[in-house]
Each structure stands twice: as structure tokens, then as C-alpha cells.
Design a protein around this ligand. Structure first.
Ligand code: SF4
Length: 244
């Protein structure tokens, strides 16, 4: 995936507020627009906004088949609350079986390349399949989530092969406090893992709670922090063309 440097529409989109951006995406692109979320707090805010301004907006997720039980239960609760059907993009079962046969289910402990391989099979490839179905990709990226995300644009264009996709991050400049205030003021349900010290929600084992002074994504793949091996906290979905 590559980042496309062009200003068409983007300057204008970058000035819009979150609800206007979500409304614009559905009005202009209908079913070719969608929120792709892992049910972190920003995703919950955007689903709630879409429920008001674009109730037919697609909601999609990458189900790695290794998510915490709390996240699966929460997804069911979100479907009931908003009367929506979440589209779940899962890894190719044959690719997963071959990976486990060759490297074991817990290959991500072995090395950074094997962790990235697992992320590619379980996250990046299903995400690519999801992206094939949209022209507008709405994400929950925020600049305060990590150093690597400080430069994220609210609106950018990425390509997947020949396919151009407008990538929106409606809450890019929101703080954690703004997100929490929105959730509380609007009675929006959130993933119970946040009350257990998590500040980023991903696969079980690979994601752990964080301390107050740490990056919000510091809880990812902690075992690499000590080893001096790669310390990237990105799984690949938002690398190489995401504007970061
Ligand atoms: S976060 Fe862990 S289990 Fe999930 S896809 Fe990446 S390496 Fe695999």
C-alpha cells in the first residue's frame, strides 16, 4: 500500500469535524465507505456518531481469531445496541493452518519477523480484503496514541494496487480525555478491557495493560522491549501509506 500525495478534496476534508466527515463519507460513497474498527474507544465514538448522521454506514472489523473474550462479547453487545451487523473479516484458514504447522501457534514470541508474519496472516491480509470493498476507509487513529502516529492526517489517500482509497481519521486530533468525555456524555458502551488497565486493544497475549506514563500502545508485544529486537508497535495495517 502506498501513500498518494495529492490535494484533491483533502484540504477541504481536513477541515471537517468528525460527524461531518462521517456524514460526507456515506453521502458521497454509500456502501463503498466503512468504519473499520477493532472496538477501541475511538471506534465506539465513531459508531455512535454514524448511528446519528449515517445510520446505514458499514461497520467492519478484522477478527484475527485471537481476540480477547471480552472483545467478542463486546462486539455482540454493540450489534444489539445499534441494531447493526458487524462485518467480520477473518484470516484465510489454510494460511493460518500452514503457519501454525510450520511455526506453532505462539510463533510471535520467537522473533519480530515471526510476529510480523503472524500479523500479516491474521490482520493485514483480512484488512486488505476489507479494503477491497471500500473507497473510503474510516479509522480510529489518533495522534496521541504513539510517537509513530503524531503525523497522521485527518484525510489522506492511499493505494492498494491500482485501487485508490480515501483514508479518514475523524478523531485524529482528539485527546484521550475528549474521547472518554464523549463516551460518558452520550452513554456509549466501551470495551471493558479499558477498566482493566488496557489503553490499546488487540489480540490476547500480544496486548497487555499499560502504566500511566507509557505510550498507549506500549502494551503490545512487550517481550520485544527487553530483547532489544524491533520495538515497532505497529502491526502493519497502518504502515506504508497511511500517512504516518
Ligand atoms: S497481535 Fe499477535 S496474535 Fe495477533 S496477529 Fe499479531 S502476532 Fe498474531
Amino acid at each position: 500500500m502506498a501513500l498518494v500525495h495529492e490535494s484533491e478534496h483533502l484540504d477541504e476534508l481536513n477541515t471537517l469535524g468528525p460527524e461531518d466527515l462521517i456524514e460526507w463519507a456515506y453521502r458521497e460513497h454509500g456502501d463503498r465507505a466503512g468504519i473499520i474498527t477493532s472496538f477501541q474507544n475511538t471506534g465506539c465514538v465513531m459508531i455512535d456518531m454514524a448511528h446519528r448522521v449515517a445510520p446505514q454506514m458499514r461497520v467492519m472489523t478484522v477478527d484475527t481469531l485471537r481476540l480477547p473474550d471480552e472483545t467478542y462479547a463486546f462486539m455482540d453487545a454493540v450489534e444489539k445496541r445499534y441494531g447493526i451487523r458487524i462485518e467480520r473479516f477473518q484470516p484465510d484458514p489454510e494460511r493460518v493452518a500452514r503457519m501454525i504447522e510450520q511455526h506453532g501457534e505462539y510463533l510471535f514470541f520467537d522473533s519480530k519477523p515471526k510476529q510480523e508474519y503472524c500479523c500479516r496472516i491474521r490482520k493485514v491480509e483480512p484488512n486488505q480484503r476489507a479494503l477491497e470493498t471500500v473507497d473510503v476507509w474510516i479509522t480510529g487513529l489518533r495522534r496521541d496514541q504513539s510517537d509513530a502516529r503524531k503525523q497522521v492526517d485527518k484525510a489522506s489517500v492511499v493505494t492498494q494496487g491500482e485501487h485508490r482509497i480515501i483514508k479518514l481519521a475523524p478523531l485524529v486530533d482528539w485527546t484521550e480525555e475528549q474521547v472518554r468525555t464523549y463516551l460518558a456524555d452520550n452513554g456509549v458502551p466501551y470495551n471493558p478491557l479499558y477498566d482493566m488497565g488496557y489503553t490499546s486493544i488487540g489480540c490476547k497475549i500480544c496486548t497487555t495493560p499499560t502504566k500511566p506514563w507509557e505510550d498507549k500502545r506500549a502494551g503490545r508485544w512487550r517481550w520485544f522491549n527487553q530483547g532489544g529486537e524491533g520495538t515497532s508497535k505497529e502491526c502493519g495495517i497502518h504502515l506504508g501509506g497511511s500517512g504516518i
